[in-house]
Ligand binder design. Structure first.
Ligand SMILES: *Cc1c(COP(=O)(O)O)cnc(C)c1O
Length: 392
């Protein structure tokens, strides 16, 4: 009897872990009458800065990581005529924000050992128009930030880290969010390592960047609504200094974030355990298992657990996915590289041959489910299905 004939319920690809504390805090926000940006968002920003544990770090809550990336690039003055370098092996949000500003995206290939942006490819893509680099900590494994920051310093470029997968991730013992970039953006989308439903956090040490992002987060108003309505001296007056955006986080979302943040280190421990269980149980198969941090002791956030079929696997990626689906297991592929999507491909006349490592990885990769609500038995069930695909 194949696994597909059994009655096991569908195992989703991702699920958030939301507890009674999050629920009570959300209810409290609803009862308080303050449902948009207010005291809970303030607290969430303070707690996030405290989590990073560095003096002088500004944490600016936004309603998505996409919004945070947009605000960061806008505050850095990126605009028409400028180029921003990022990896082709990412979600479109990383690159689309560059286009919002009328600047151009230079997509580059990955290092097949890490699946992260290849520093040598960054260096090769720099032109006189290049203004910034956007590294993405793919799956939760840190980019070689020494290399990226060194390139940026030598060429006078800004660095905005897409840390949507990277909470908590460390590079040489330092949390992503505390490295010497211009800005770092985290995502609290439903399937990320912590969630507020939708949400994000823009982190920067640059006071001017922070001030600009705060203004642009809310319509270009020179003070946010909370200040206006709670100032000691009643104040109705405000000024619009730019055509800003509507990117503020609600207190309903921040209420979840307050408690998710307290649990995020524990979530990482659980994800690490699940990843190790997968590693051990898949080690004898013709699979390239996910790369691990190069520096001992560094944290991998394990947003994703991505396996790649080796050349001698004997089955295709699609066959593996079909088996997993037939066994009632949700899987995904991260990502269909940007160079294959019609918009990016046509806009920049891109060819897969220019991105051999991303292309090869894409053709062989599958993201297996990995989230804190999974049990060891769930991991074993996924492993059994993978083994079945290989006829083992
Ligand atoms: C999820 C994700 C984003 C966007 O995050 P949102 O909060 O949904 O806007 C950006 N970049 C990467 C790599 C992501 O995975």
């Amino acid at each position: 009897m194949s696994q597909a004939d059994t009655q096991l319920p569908f195992l989703p690809f991702a699920l958030p872990e939301i507890g009674e504390e999050e629920i009570s805090e959300v209810v409290e926000a609803l009862r308080s009458g303050w449902v948009t940006t207010g005291p809970k968002t303030r607290q969430f920003e303070q707690d996030f800065a405290a989590f990073l544990g560095e003096e002088g770090v500004h944490a600016i809550a936004v309603n998505s990581a996409t919004a945070g990336l947009h605000l960061a690039l806008e505050a850095l003055g990126i605009g028409p005529g400028d180029e921003v370098i990022t990896t082709t092996h990412t979600f479109t949000a990383t690159a689309e924000v560059v286009r919002y500003l009328g600047a151009d995206v230079k997509l580059v290939d990955i290092d097949p050992a890490t699946l992260n942006i290849d520093p040598a490819a960054i260096e090769a893509a720099i032109t006189p128009r290049t203004k910034a680099i956007m590294p993405v900590h793919y799956a939760g494994l840190a980019v070689d930030m020494d290399a990226v920051l060194d390139i940026a310093a030598r060429h006078g470029l800004k660095v905005v880290e897409d840390a949507a997968h990277a909470l908590p991730t460390t590079w040489k013992g330092q949390l992503v969010g505390t490295l010497r970039s211009d800005a770092v953006v985290f995502s609290f989308y439903a399937n990320k390592t912590m969630t507020t439903g939708e949400g994000g956090m823009l982190v920067t040490r640059d006071a001017q960047l922070a001030a600009r992002a705060k203004v642009m987060r809310l319509h270009g108003i020179n003070r946010d609504a909370f200040d206006r309505f709670t100032a000691k001296v009643p104040s109705w007056y405000y000024e619009i200094v730019a055509p800003g955006f509507k990117y503020n986080l609600t207190d309903i979302a921040a209420a979840m974030g307050l408690h998710q943040l307290k649990r995020v280190q524990g979530f990482q421990v659980k994800r690490e355990q699940l990843a190790q269980r997968f590693d051990a149980a898949l080690a004898d198969l013709p699979l390239t298992l996910p790369p691990r941090p190069v520096h001992a002791g560094d944290l991998h956030a394990w947003h994703l657990y991505v396996v790649r079929l080796k050349d001698d696997a004997g089955i295709t990626r699609d066959q593996l996915i079909e088996t997993l689906f037939a066994d009632g297991i949700g899987v995904s592929v991260h990502y269909i590289p940007l160079h294959l999507h019609p918009y990016w491909k046509e806009r920049y006349a891109l060819q897969p041959e220019s991105f051999p490592h991303s292309q090869k990885a894409y053709e062989r990769m599958v993201s297996l489910p990995l989230y804190t609500r999974m049990t060891d038995a769930d991991v074993d069930r996924v492993v059994a299905s993978v083994r079945r695909a290989f006829g083992r």
